[in-house]
Design a protein around this ligand. Sequence first.
Ligand code: ZN
Length: 115
Amino acid sequence: MLHIALHFVVPLLAALAFQRPRWRSAWLILVATMVVDGDHLLATPIYDPERCSIGFHPLHTLPAIVVYAGLFLLPLMFGREPDRRALRPNARIVHLVGLGLLIHMALDGIDCLGM
Ligand SMILES: [Zn+2]
């Protein structure tokens, strides 16, 4: 239960810390990345509290996590407005999707440490 709450609270803290004054839309995007858990539908049983998601479910494997890191980093390098400060709107969304997925993998990974 705490684990699920953290999937809402940690993105909220990240949005408040890094995305003011647009923290609400940032939080929405970060929380929306929880759809990545759709890959649990491929497993039997769909949910097993004793199973570590990282490295088991296809969207929770290292190659996927490398892609998420790219989604997070590439907009920072190539998605800036001409004034070089703010991210372009689409780049901001991609960046936040990457951040949300990395936060998700980190939280799932921390959950695995106790197994
Ligand atoms: Zn997950």
